[in-house]
Design a protein around this ligand. Structure first.
Ligand code: C2E
Ligand code: CA
Ligand code: CA
Ligand code: CA
Length: 275
């Protein structure tokens, strides 16, 4: 029995070290990914329910790894965050997205995800201002999507940062709403401009009465607080009909468009040539 136990322990140790090695490899490759041109941004439309007009795009990072191929941000973003590499990668995304949006004929919004480490970095507001200046993008067109993890470590500092960002004209959306653990007080204590309902609730609307109830409650909350609500991950007409009936005015999801290179949306971002 003793022998077996030790064998099991050793196997576990090997498995662990393999996982650690894997992370180190990804971390190593991440450091070079931007210079090697392996990173790209996919844009996903945000649509006004009712008129179906596109109001803006969310920038979503894509990494084409030389050996592994396309790697999900759900895999590499956490590694970039833990290693601090997200500071450089996040800056690159912000700069690229703002530059791209500034080239459009239409003043559509550009929503960019930013990590806790970025927002809590003392130079973040200065960086955002510099990127706005160099791109010439109107600050009102930039929306930063942040999760509640931004607010946890140093709430006072986070409040100061968000207040400064609002002062320069940038808007702030609370991302992944409903998946955190103190959303309600955060909505009251921090200057959010928008609530983004997480996909996990939206996708279950038509099969799960609890999810439908939560979505309905969030929409009511938004109305009560005077905050617009956008639903993420809308895939079916049934989900859309429910959202519309419950007063949701904006949506994003495969039903309207998958994240894609911006060229795919040229008829949206650029006005038709006038004859
Ligand atoms: P998120 O911010 O919640 O982004 C929404 C995710 O849902 C995206 O996954 C998007 O492609 C996916 N999605 C949108 N509509 C649908 C739909 O109708 N059905 C389904 N099944 N999925 C849908 P993605 O692109 O894999 O990104 C995953 C996460 O990685 C994001 O979640 C965000 O947290 C993070 N991320 C992506 N880009 C960046 C970035 O530039 N910076 C940071 N800090 N995080 C990023
Ligand atoms: Ca997001
Ligand atoms: Ca989400
Ligand atoms: Ca569904």
């Amino acid at each position: 029995a003793k022998k077996e136990g030790r064998g099991t322990y050793r196997f576990f140790e090997v498995a662990m070290s393999e996982e650690v090695r894997e992370r180190r490899m990804i971390e190593h490759d991440l450091r070079l990914a931007i210079e090697k041109g392996e990173m790209a941004i996919a844009y996903q439309p945000q649509t006004r329910i009712g008129t179906q007009e596109i109001t803006g795009f969310e920038a979503l990072l894509r990494w084409n790894h030389p050996v592994r191929g396309d790697m999900s941000p759900a895999v590499f973003i956490p590694i970039a965050e833990e290693s601090g590499i997200i500071l450089r990668i996040g800056e690159w995304v912000l700069r690229e997205a703002c530059r791209e949006a500034s080239s459009w004929d239409r003043p559509l919004k550009i929503a960019v995800n930013v990590s806790a480490l970025q927002v809590n970095n003392p130079t973040f507001v200065t960086l955002v201002q510099a990127i706005l200046d160099e791109s010439g993008l109107a600050p009102e067109r930039l929306e930063l999507e942040i999760t509640e993890s931004v607010l946890i470590r140093d709430p006072e500092r986070a409040l100061q940062t968000l207040t400064q960002l609002k002062a320069i004209g940038v808007s702030i959306a609370m991302d992944d709403f409903g998946t955190g653990y103190s959303s309600l007080s955060n909505l009251r204590n921090f200057p959010f401009d928008k609530i983004k309902i997480d996909r996990s609730f939206v996708r279950a609307i038509d099969v799960n009465i609890q999810a439908a109830a939560i979505v309905r409650a969030v929409l009511g909350l938004g109305r009560g607080l005077g905050l617009p609500v956008i639903a993420e991950g809308v895939e079916t007409n049934g989900e859309l009909a429910f959202l519309n009936a419950e007063g949701c005015r904006e949506a994003q999801g495969y039903l309207f468009g998958q994240p894609a290179p911006i060229e795919m949306f040229r008829s949206v971002t650029h006005a038709e040539a006038v004859a």
